[in-house]
Ligand binder design. Structure first.
Ligand code: AP5
Length: 217
């Protein structure tokens, strides 16, 4: 199964992708996580991406497209779920071209819909594990011990791009550059809208109901 999960910053893409990947045995391919790994490793690609990420702008397509298409090509036969990619009409078209060349297609596109007012609260309360990538929230999805990862005991961190100013920029970027891509998909394929204002377990239930029905069909 090849799935694309769309949604604004803080809609819960990472949280839901981890759950979907586990339930259906898929590889979770997060463009943001791959970029952060590149930055942490000090690679040339990571250095080129840094200033864009820190300001809340999109990293240029010529950096991101090859990186993500390469990741999809290396993914196991069971399939993948894409998180954060594609994010522009051009990225979506390049992904289509690549899949088409190996007679593949995206099977399901899910679109997490969330109100802008909810986003700031989610982002400023987010905490992440720098070791395993687990994502928590100081009120909504708390770790068992404050500021410590349940999986490996690592101290949780706040992402530098989660400051209110950068979140505002990321949201602006989303409305200007990514929303038109949702329309591109709506013209070409069936998109399933999911109400992401609900709590994380309720959102998972909505997604699993949809995916289970498609797997059974
Ligand atoms: P990226 O890391 O992809 O950031 P994003 O899309 O802005 O999304 P987030 O990771 O912030 O949020 P999310 O939707 O995953 O929410 P989460 O599950 O964490 O990208 C970072 C940067 O990299 C970009 O700004 C850009 O510069 C660059 N980049 C990446 N991809 C690119 C591309 N394709 N092209 C160009 N540039 C690219 O949840 C958020 C918080 O809410 C958490 O604390 C969580 O615990 C909590 N939460 C989750 N769900 C719920 C719920 N239902 N109820 C209550 N709380 C919840």
């Amino acid at each position: 199964m090849r799935i694309v999960l769309l949604g604004a910053p803080g809609a819960g893409k990472g949280t839901q992708c981890k759950r979907i990947a586990e339930r259906y045995g898929l590889q979770h391919l997060s463009s943001g996580d791959i970029l952060r790994d590149q930055r942490a490793a000090g690679t040339e690609l990571g250095k080129r991406a840094q200033s864009y990420m820190d300001s809340g702008a999109l990293v240029p397509d010529e950096i991101i497209v090859d990186m993500m298409i390469d990741a999809t090509k290396k993914s196991p036969a069971a399939g993948f779920i894409l998180d954060g990619f594609p994010r522009t009409v051009n990225q979506a078209a390049e992904l289509d071209k690549s899949l088409d060349s190996s007679n593949q297609d995206i099977d399901v596109i899910l679109n997490l819909q969330i109100d802008d007012q909810v986003i700031q609260e989610r982002m400023t309360g987010r905490r992440s594990c720098p070791k395993c990538g687990a994502v928590y929230h100081i009120k909504n999805l708390k770790p068992k011990v404050d500021e410590i990862c349940d999986n490996d005991g690592t101290n949780l961190i706040q992402r530098p791009d989660d400051s209110p100013e950068v979140v505002a920029n990321r949201l602006k970027t989303y409305h200007q550059q990514t929303e038109p891509m949702v329309d591109y998909y709506k013209d070409n394929r069936m998109i399933y809208d999911i109400d992401a204002n609900k709590n994380a377990d309720e959102v998972s239930t909505l997604i699993f109901e949809k995916l289970d029905s498609l797997v059974r069909a």
